[in-house]
Design a protein around this ligand. Structure first.
Ligand SMILES: Cc1cc2nc3c(=O)[nH]c(=O)nc-3n(C[C@H](O)[C@H](O)[C@H](O)COP(=O)(O)OP(=O)(O)OC[C@H]3O[C@@H](n4cnc5c(N)ncnc54)[C@H](O)[C@@H]3O)c2cc1C
Length: 465
């Protein structure tokens, strides 16, 4: 039997968001593609554990309705985003205060008229339990003073809302042309009231960037804040793994091969630990940064932010509705927490509530006990009878984006050799999807693909069992 000269036009190494989204764009253009994934399933870091009717994300992921790639990526039409209540709830001096709600409400409104993904958000909004969000402040009105509010005076709060609204409208290029400093330093230099910075912006940015020290590039921090201001924080219905699952389902059957570890790559072939050599016309390395550097020596490996997610259940959940709760006083290890099953009821069995809390940085010894004590203060209720479902620790969760950070690192290394993943863009799902988009565009250009390429089933002729 004659073997074809190559078994797929493109071999993609890694079935995380970056690899799957690139593969979908390639197959949509008629380019035969094989995705080889070392793990038993797809999704990479976007993993969800299923335990006794609970869906427990390994990540404390905060998506936004304003993430453009979530709406642009083919295959995600069916993704349902479950929104948190507008803005965030800040815990300070034993009280809770809503902040950033004007921006969040605006985001939900603007989502209504836009793309398909947004329609799913609106449906979810209609059915989600409500938590009495603070209504938008009418133009010119001054909100009532709130004693001990972490945001400063009512005038400070009106200014903050106006600044967020302006930020939501600012073109991305303008943000990316601003001077670049560590985010913490940039905040201190912006002339904002200290209470606004310490009581709202620092805890919010720490949560959005998974960076408690705010060493992240101020440009990346501005992008994160812009996304917060332009949309609503949300979760994928069913768990974080729904995003990669939907992408994988949209690929031609047999495209993804799991349990296949790639050990070396060239411009025309990949070698695997278990199934020999796959020949191809181009290789896209879509792994995490450390694995990418093993396959492509010389590629930079960034530092990483560790993240720990602790999941609890109770039959008597606190009354914070669908809000995301942040500690403005930083009085314990929890950066953010929510009664996740109120935001997305599919994540817990009937009669039980799921409370998920995220700890940033290295977790303390006895993290569950420390988290319970902190949650008791944040929610104002005893957590002694809450049951711990899981403690997920990931040391290399999120690539650090220190200044100067290039959010558009090259994805084309050579004609025939490409790399994508969150480490080539901005850390997080949006950056992973966007890097996959850029890499697939470069490959299609190099292959001169216009829609009808090599049509053989890439996996029927491979050496993989
Ligand atoms: C605990 C945690 C919390 C997080 N919190 C946030 C957050 O709050 N906000 C945020 O924006 N982002 C967060 N993230 C980051 C976000 O999940 C990632 O940025 C995103 O999922 C990265 O997708 P990716 O496709 O680039 O890489 P990955 O998801 O890492 O996918 C790479 C894939 O390549 C496979 N692979 C590796 N080596 C090989 C090989 N040799 N052969 C074959 N396959 C291989 C891996 O098994 C994996 O499936 C968090 C991540 C974690 C783990």
């Amino acid at each position: 039997m004659l073997e074809p000269a190559y078994q797929a036009d493109v071999v993609v190494v890694g079935a995380g968001l970056a690899g799957l989204s690139a593969a979908l764009r390639l197959t949509s253009a008629g380019v035969t593609t094989a995705v080889l994934e070392a793990a038993p399933g797809v999704g990479g870091r976007m993993a969800t554990e299923k335990v006794d009717g609970f869906r427990l994300d390994r990540i404390g992921q905060l998506l936004s309705t304003a993430h453009p790639e979530l709406r642009r990526t083919p295959g995600l039409d069916a993704l349902v985003l479950r929104p948190f209540a507008p803005g965030v709830l800040l815990h300070s001096d034993g009280r809770r205060h809503r902040a950033g709600a004007v921006a969040g409400a605006g985001g939900a409104r603007s989502a209504r008229g836009s793309t398909r993904g947004a329609l799913h958000v609106v449906r979810a909004l209609a059915s989600a339990p409500r938590s009495a969000p603070r209504p938008p402040v009418p133009k010119g009105a001054v909100p009532r003073a709130r004693t001990g509010a972490p945001l400063g005076t009512p005038v400070d709060q009106v200014r903050l809302d106006a600044a967020l609204a302006r930020l939501a409208q600012l073109p991305v290029e303008r943000l990316l042309s601003r001077p670049e400093l560590p985010a913490g330093q940039a905040l201190a230099a912006r002339g904002l009231p200290a209470r606004t910075v310490d009581g709202f912006l620092r805890p919010l940015l720490a949560a959005l960037l998974c960076d408690p020290e705010l060493t992240t590039s101020s440009r990346c921090a501005d992008l994160a804040l812009r996304t917060f201001a332009a949309g609503r924080l949300c979760l994928p219905e069913g768990g974080a793994d729904m995003v990669p699952e939907l992408l994988a389902r949209a690929l031609p059957p047999g495209t993804v091969r799991t349990g296949v570890r790639v050990t070396s790559v060239s411009t025309t072939a990949v070698t695997t630990a278990e199934h020999g050599v796959f020949r191809c016309r181009a290789v896209l390395v879509a792994t995490d940064a450390r694995s990418a550097a093993e396959l492509l020596p010389g590629l930079r490996v960034p530092d990483f932010h560790p993240v720990t997610v602790v999941h609890h259940t109770t039959d008597d959940p606190p009354a914070t509705g669908t809000s995301l709760l942040l500690d403005a006083d930083r009085g314990g290890p929890v950066a953010h927490t929510a009664v996740i099953s109120r935001v997305d009821p599919s994540r817990a069995p009937a009669g039980r509530a799921l409370i998920s809390s995220t700890v940033l940085g290295s977790p303390p010894d006895g993290v569950d006990t420390a988290v319970r004590m902190h949650l008791a203060r944040l929610y104002g209720t005893s957590t002694a009878r809450w049951e711990t479902l899981a403690v997920h620790r990931t040391a290399e969760a999120v690539p650090v984006m220190r200044a100067p950070h290039d959010p558009r690192r090259p994805v084309r290394l050579l004609a025939g050799l490409y790399v994508c993943g969150d480490h080539r863009d901005t850390s997080g799902p949006e950056g992973a999807l966007h890097s996959g988009h850029r890499a697939s565009t470069a490959i299609l250009r190099d292959l001169g693909a216009t829609g009808s390429m090599h049509q053989a089933d890439p996996l029927s002729t491979t050496q993989a069992a």
